[in-house]
Design a binder for this molecule. Structure first.
Ligand SMILES: [Zn+2]
Length: 340
C-alpha cells in the first residue's frame, strides 16, 4: 500500500492588532493530493457562513423567463436529432433531459429535475433527484452505444447562482466526450500509474487508508464510500464519494444511484445546517478502465462576506490552486452526524 498524505507546514509571523499587538503566528499548510499530487492550501480562520435568504434571488428569477418551467419546456428548449435520441428528449417521471445549448462537450445534455421552479436545498431528497439521475444515466448509455469514440462521461451540477448557475430551476448537466477535462485526465493518468507501480487500484487502498486514519472518513452507504477531501477544492471543505466497484456511470444500477443520492442528500442536510445553500458537484466516469473508479466531488459555494464577494479569487482563477479556510478534519465529525 502506498497512499501518502503529504503536507508542508509553515507559520506566518505578524504583530496582531486583535491580540493587543502581540507577536502572533498563523499556521499554513500546503497539501499534496494523494492521487494526483496537485497542491492546495489549507488555513484555519474559524470562518462560519452567514445564512443568506435565497428568496430575493428566487423572486427575481420568477420575474424572468424560465425555459425549464413546465409551460415553456416544449416550446423553448431544443430537441436531440433522432439519430441521437429518437424521441428528441429523454423523460423519466417529472425529469426531462434535453440538449445543452452550451457545447461543453461533443454530447452535452441538461436534465431538469422536476416541474418545481425552485427546490430548497433541504428538499433535495433522493426521491426528488432520482428521475434526473436516471435520465442522465440513460443518456450516457445511449451515447456510449452510438459513438464508440466516447470515453469520458460526467454528471455535473451548479446549484444556485453562487455556484455559477444562471437558471434557478434545478438541473444537472451530462457531458460525454473523447477528450478528458484536466481533472479527468489527472485522475485517470494518476490512477493508471498507481496501478502500474503497486498492482492494486488506488481507490481500494485509499478507502482503507482513510478508514484507518479516521480523520476525514465519513461513512459507507451500500456501494458508496464518503470522506472529506484531503486537499479541499473549495473555500470550505468539499466531500469525496468513491464507488469501489464501478468505473463508469454506465455500470450504475438503480441501487447504486439510490446509494449515491442517499449520501448526497445527507451532505446537503449538513450544508444546510452550515448555512451553505449553493454547491458544485461532478461525478467523474470513464467508459472502461480496469484501474479507475467512479467518483464524485461535492463542493460548497458561497458568498463569504456581506459585500457579496465570490469565494474563488486569483488563486483559483489564474494560479489553478485551491485554498480552504477550514481544515477538513475539523468538520468531519459534524458531517458524520448526518451519516450515522
Ligand atoms: Zn422554472
Amino acid at each position: 500500500m502506498s497512499i501518502s498524505f503529504r503536507k508542508i507546514r509553515a507559520k506566518n509571523r505578524l504583530i496582531n492588532p486583535f491580540k493587543d499587538f502581540s507577536l502572533d503566528e498563523i499556521p499554513l499548510e500546503i497539501r499534496f493530493d494523494p492521487l494526483t499530487g496537485q497542491t492546495g492550501r489549507v488555513f484555519d480562520l474559524f470562518f462560519k457562513a452567514e445564512r443568506i435568504d435565497p428568496s430575493e434571488t428566487v423572486n427575481r428569477s420568477e420575474e424572468m423567463f424560465c425555459p425549464f418551467c413546465p409551460d415553456a419546456i416544449e416550446k423553448s428548449t431544443p430537441l436531440f436529432p433522432p439519430e441521437i435520441i429518437p424521441d428528441g428528449r429523454i423523460r423519466v417521471g417529472e425529469a426531462s433531459l434535453i440538449p445543452n445549448l452550451v457545447p461543453f462537450d461533443k454530447y452535452a445534455g441538461v436534465a431538469i429535475l422536476s416541474h418545481r421552479h425552485f427546490i430548497p436545498i433541504e428538499d433535495l431528497t433522493p426521491e426528488t433527484m432520482n428521475d434526473s439521475f436516471e435520465a442522465a444515466q440513460i443518456f450516457a448509455e445511449r451515447i456510449a452505444e452510438i459513438d464508440s469514440e466516447i470515453g469520458f462521461f460526467s454528471i455535473n451540477w451548479n446549484y444556485m447562482p453562487p455556484a455559477g448557475s444562471s437558471i434557478v430551476h434545478p438541473h444537472i448537466q451530462v457531458n460525454c466526450g473523447e477528450f478528458p477535462t484536466n481533472e479527468q485526465r489527472m485522475q485517470l493518468e494518476s490512477s493508471r500509474e498507481y496501478f502500474r507501480k503497486n498492482g492494486n487500484t488506488f481507490w481500494h487502498d485509499f478507502i482503507e487508508a482513510e478508514k484507518e486514519n479516521d480523520e476525514r472518513y465519513i461513512g459507507q452507504i451500500d456501494s458508496t464510500f464518503w470522506m472529506m477531501s484531503y486537499v479541499p477544492q473549495g473555500f470550505l471543505p468539499d466531500i469525496w464519494c468513491i464507488f469501489p466497484d464501478q468505473c463508469s456511470i454506465i455500470d450504475m444500477g438503480k441501487n447504486d444511484i439510490n446509494s449515491f443520492l442517499t449520501g448526497l442528500s445527507k451532505v446537503f442536510s449538513y450544508f444546510n445546517r452550515q448555512n451553505i445553500l449553493s454547491f458544485n458537484m461532478s461525478v467523474f466516469s470513464v467508459k472502461d478502465e480496469e484501474h479507475f473508479r467512479l467518483n464524485a466531488k461535492i463542493c460548497p459555494r458561497l458568498l463569504p462576506r456581506p459585500i457579496g464577494n465570490s469565494d474563488q479569487a486569483y488563486l483559483q482563477a489564474v494560479h489553478n490552486e485551491p485554498f480552504c479556510v477550514r481544515p477538513p478534519e475539523s468538520l468531519c465529525k459534524k458531517v458524520k452526524e448526518f451519516f450515522d
